[in-house]
Design a protein around this ligand. Sequence first.
Ligand SMILES: [Zn+2]
Length: 324
Amino acid sequence: MEIAIDDASRREICRNPSTAPRMQATHDDRLDQPMKWRSARQSSNIEDRRGMRPVRKAGGLGLGGIIVVVVIGLLLGKNPLEMLGLVAQMQGGSSGGGTVDQPVGPAPGNDEARQFVASILGESEDIWRQIFSASGSQYQDAALVMFSGQVQSACGTADAAVGPFYCPGDRKVYLDTSFFEQMRTRLGGGGDFAEAYVIAHEIGHHVQTLTGTTRQVQEARRRGQSVEGADGPLVRQELQADCFAGVWAYHAQQRHRWLEAGDIEEALSTASAIGDDRLQRQARGTVVPDSFTHGSSAQRVRWFKRGFESGQAGQCDTFSARDL
Ligand SMILES: [Zn+2]
């Protein structure tokens, strides 16, 4: 498997279920649910930014600071303008134009929601490390950012309404856990395994970044090639992420036997609930295939199953498939 650095900063907005009022996630009922997720190793790659908001960094040096830099520059015999430029670069940071997430409320604890997300992420790390090393390469972990309301990413500022997404620019998955609540109440999905599937799909995009697929799609877009449409590269990319989620589910089941009857159906009903055709029907009452980016509900189910039944990432070549 070829590993490629991908510095592009396009955000993978994976689901846009609604712009409905946000509901606070409460996962108190999780213990009653069947999936035995607690047997997985909890990842340490969680960034818990719940209770934080993006704010612009206090900018600029101020007049006093500028004078100090200019004087130091002159004393050192350097061009003061160059030095000011350097200082500005250092302050600006590399992402988000100087916007950072800062706490506006109490820090969240190590609650049920966090433990669940860390367990699913940990399980995905263990599985993808194995798959990568079996093909002679090394898996690099992604971080997962939990947030509430709004968050700053290398792909820009995002709010909960965009749904979970993966940002190739900083190789992080962004997850507002209130999305799970929306899945239960509005999308007809929900439940532990369906939630795990959402995370596994986003990690699927991370795998695509590591293998260079994300970059290829972005380059096609840059060349002016149309990437949208019902059988375009964007749909193929999404369906491959679903297939990778299926591969993950296969191995997780081999390792833990943690799924029970009904769990897979639950995930598939979520996949079909968030297919583009159904989302569009809900939003506009008609289906417009040209603007598909995720594939239809039936396609998502088909590719998830393909990964789940084989357990092999090689079965997920949506890009050369004639029929999706
Ligand atoms: Zn996606």
